[in-house]
Design a protein around this ligand. Structure first.
Ligand SMILES: Cc1cc2nc3c(=O)[nH]c(=O)nc-3n(C[C@H](O)[C@H](O)[C@H](O)COP(=O)(O)OP(=O)(O)OC[C@H]3O[C@@H](n4cnc5c(N)ncnc54)[C@H](O)[C@@H]3O)c2cc1C
Length: 391
């Protein structure tokens, strides 16, 4: 008879790892959540996180089911009613509006830290979840019955299954030797928040330029959050600007649609890379979230894909006896179910990035015409909206 510290050890208590722990509440599975950093949620009142997400309808459903949505401050959530997309020709334009798909909203924009706080508190309140943070693993060994994790402080933890929810540079993924086809975009996501002179009315804007993609996401309280996916030269230029200069540069780039802007908080930049992971499961190990895949943020789908992993893995594990949760054949069911939606999203985002990050005059004409044509096809727009919302 084997003795386990927990049925599952989740390595990484970020958005996706914490969501899985919470999703497994009300199952007979015991969960140990290991997080490398000590979490802290004492934010300066009135400050805003420059890192925000567009949460899809499917993700919102999951977050509501586990009780995390209810823990978020409603004053910091913003519905998106309309999405306007512009090509680099002033006439090329595509608009998605919620009523076209018969829904109230296309997505909800919220801050990373607010979501992280809600998920962490939800997970750690579950009676079947225990937490070790900060804790760093240094070794993973797997045999027929047990996955053993050794921590940097020498502790040894035994479980039936180890989940790698430890982000794009996943340590767990390296332990199982799963190959990663990494495609750096040579681009950065530069993010910052602004107060706006004009009301945004829940409209998100996105401009496809020759050298990058600029997104303005409506933020609660009449604020706006920018994600500018750009090359190294533009990144250096943007980061060197003071708050007033950056606000002016961003306002100009977006044709002053929200009037004058005033920056709130700091500017940050994240390198952008597509990761296609060869194997997302092995005996007694499964990968979820950015450990299993990354995508270009132009469609705002990275964490939504991760929440899709959570929903599917929890579904597969709940259908089995706890003793079988680490079985390779059980985990393969999860891997097979996620392969197609993940590959599709990666291909769409990668294709759009390549199509628009190209100065070929023929391609420029075609892509601008494509935006206009799509805009005239009500049925196609309806399907695209539905697909993005349920991703
Ligand atoms: C500029 C930009 C904009 C984006 N915008 C959007 C958007 O609008 N919508 C969207 O859906 N997605 C977006 N994304 C993607 C989104 O940020 C990621 O998909 C998401 O954060 C992945 O969550 P995760 O929990 O898998 O990984 P992470 O957030 O990376 O969390 C991993 C956790 O594991 C911990 N950890 C790491 N290694 C170890 C270890 N060895 N031991 C213990 N703990 C460890 C870390 O401390 C961390 O807490 C964007 C990404 C970028 C770069």
């Amino acid at each position: 008879m084997h003795s386990y510290d927990a049925d599952l050890i989740i390595v990484g208590g970020g958005l996706v790892g914490a969501a899985l722990a919470a999703r497994l509440a009300h199952t007979p599975l015991s969960v140990l959540l290991l997080e490398g950093r000590a979490p802290h949620f004492d934010f300066e009142p009135g400050s805003w996180d420059a890192r925000v997400y567009a949460i899809s309808r499917a993700s919102r459903r999951l977050l509501t089911e586990i009780g995390a949505w209810q823990r978020m401050n409603p004053a910091r959530l913003q519905s998106v009613s309309t999405m306007r997309i512009f090509g680099d020709d002033a006439r090329a334009r595509l608009e998605f509006a919620a009523p076209e798909a018969g829904v109230d909203e296309l997505a909800v924009i919220l801050e990373n830290r607010e979501l992280q706080r809600a998920l962490w508190q939800t997970a750690t309140d579950c009676p079947n979840v225990s937490v070790l943070a900060p804790a760093m693993p240094t070794a993973l060994a797997v045999d027929a019955e047990t996955a053993t994790v050794t921590l940097a402080d020498g502790r040894v933890l035994k479980s039936r299954l180890v989940i790698g929810a430890d982000g794009a540079q996943s340590w767990v993924r390296a332990q199982i030797g799963s190959e990663v086809a990494a495609h750096p975009y040579g681009q950065w996501g530069v993010v910052a928040n602004f107060e706006c002179d004009k009301p945004h009315l829940g409209v998100a804007h996105q401009w496809f330029f020759d050298d990058g993609v600029l997104a303005w996401l409506p933020l609660a309280g009449g604020r706006m959050s920018m994600v500018w996916s750009c090359d190294e030269a533009r990144r250096a230029e943007l980061l060197a600007l003071g708050p007033a200069e950056l606000a002016e540069c961003v306002a100009q780039a977006g044709g002053r649609r929200l009037g004058d802007l005033r920056q709130i908080g700091a500017t940050a930049a994240f390198p952008l890379q597509l990761n296609r992971v060869a194997r997302t499961v092995a005996a007694r190990v499964a990968l979820i979230g950015d450990a299993a895949h990354t995508v270009h943020p132009l469609a705002g789908q990275g964490v939504n894909l991760g929440f899709g992993d959570v929903a599917e893995l929890a579904r597969v594990l709940s259908a089995e006896l706890p003793a079988r949760c680490g079985d390779y054949l059980v985990l393969r069911r999860y891997e097979r179910a996620r392969r197609e939606p993940v590959a599709l999203m990666q291909t769409v985002c990668d294709g759009l990035q390549k199509l628009f990050n190209n100065t070929n005059p023929l391609l420029k004409t075609l892509r601008n015409a494509g935006l206009g044509l799509t805009d005239q096809q009500a049925w196609l727009k309806h399907r695209l909206i539905r697909h993005a919302m349920d991703a």
